[in-house]
Write a protein that binds this ligand. Structure first.
Ligand code: ADP
Ligand code: MG
Length: 344
């Protein structure tokens, strides 16, 4: 009798204990910390990394490693720094083939691919023209048509010769100058994400100047990574919330970086066909699996305009676009697949 009543009391207590232990285990298993790097200056803009991990030390180590990778890419691929590997290529590759490291080779090969894919709207050899406009930004005097014409003659990705076997770069035209400004930020974002994933953290986000990619468990215990799509007329105004999981997004906008020369607004994106700034769209947002794709394609579509740009994006599986033409009221032109990313 007595043992039976004890049993009756012990059993529910055991069940309750097991349930508590189970709950505790579940909570510990899913417990995460979120670490935010805040703004870091790199590649002529701001970078930010968010890491979601089970362990604070793991989060810190992963973040530091990812940041170090980004700084390292900047050191090698900047054309502002005369000592970078890219600057050495720009100085010497017309005379003889220049050997480069695996990553620079990878970016150059991808750049040529996007140049080809966009029919030269994105052109990684736009450097000589960009240099002229950069000078104009400092002096306030626009380049002459003759100067632009001369610079344009040195532009053409077809003249960038990549030797896959020896990892060398050769220019087949004099005066060539490679500018990775439209693609290196995206590449660095992908490399940062790769480091975070290899470190085994649960989730993360890397953003370099509006080139952003996220993966895994979102920060702050919300079900998705959400990214605001800014109104081109006012950076504070968010036009839509993009719901992104394991995706990259980039927005090119004429409001972000431009220069006024002789009263005229010039975007920092150049149409290689005219050597003038490309300004038909107010904002171009591209969503794709990788940030190198969104970076290069947002620059390409800015040059191509809405019709040709949309046709290009629709021809690439897994890539979507949201365009905002210039005008008083912002309206969206989207690929059908873009809707799945817009939070209703
Ligand atoms: P955004 O931040 O607006 O997307 P990006 O920074 O990606 O623009 O690209 C602009 C940079 O790319 C310029 O500063 C220049 O270095 C380079 N660039 C400009 N025009 C082109 C082009 N047609 N093709 C490739 N690169 C370009
Ligand atoms: Mg770009």
């Amino acid at each position: 009798m007595r043992s039976n009543s004890t049993k009756k009391r012990i059993l529910p207590a055991l069940f309750a204990l097991a349930a508590i232990a189970g709950l505790l285990w579940m909570t510990l298993k899913h417990r995460t910390v979120t670490l935010d790097s805040g703004s870091r200056i790199t590649m002529g803009t701001f970078a930010r990394i968010v890491v979601v991990a089970a362990d604070p030390q793991q989060a810190r180590d992963a973040m530091e490693a990812a940041l170090e990778k980004i700084y390292d890419i900047e050191r090698r691929m900047s054309d502002y720094d005369p000592n970078s590997l890219l600057s050495q290529v720009n100085r010497r590759a017309f005379e003889a083939p220049v050997a480069v490291d695996e990553e620079l080779f990878e970016v150059l090969a991808a750049s040529v691919e996007y140049s080809r894919l966009s029919g030269g709207a994105f052109d990684v050899t736009i450097g000589p023209v960009v240099q002229l406009w950069r000078k104009a930004k400092i002096t306030g005097i626009a380049p002459t048509p003759e100067q632009l014409q001369r610079a344009k003659e040195s532009v053409g990705y077809q003249n960038l010769i990549l030797d896959t076997e020896n990892h060398t770069v050769k220019f087949s035209k004099e005066g060539m100058f490679v500018d990775l400004g439209g693609i290196a930020k995206g590449y660095a974002v992908d490399k940062g994400i790769e480091i975070l994933q290899k470190a085994g953290v649960k989730g993360g986000m890397v953003d370099i100047g509006g080139n952003l990619r996220c993966f895994g468990t979102p920060a702050n215990n919300i079900p998705h990574w959400f990214i605001g799509l800014q109104d081109p007329a006012s950076e504070e105004n968010i036009l839509a919330k993009l719901k992104l999981d394991d995706r990259a997004v980039a927005t090119s906008g004429d409001y972000r970086r431009f220069v006024v020369i002789a009263g005229q607004k010039h975007s920092h994106i150049i149409n290689p066909a005219t050597a003038e700034s490309a300004q038909t769209l107010s904002s171009v947002t591209i969503i794709a699996p990788t940030a190198i794709a969104t970076d290069a394609l947002s620059t390409a579509v800015t040059v191509m305009g809405d019709k040709k740009g949309m046709a290009l994006i629709e021809s690439i599986p897994g890539v979507e676009a949201i365009l905002i033409p210039q005008g008083e009221n912002p309206i969206f032109e989207k690929t059908p697949g873009a809707d799945q990313y817009i939070q209703k």
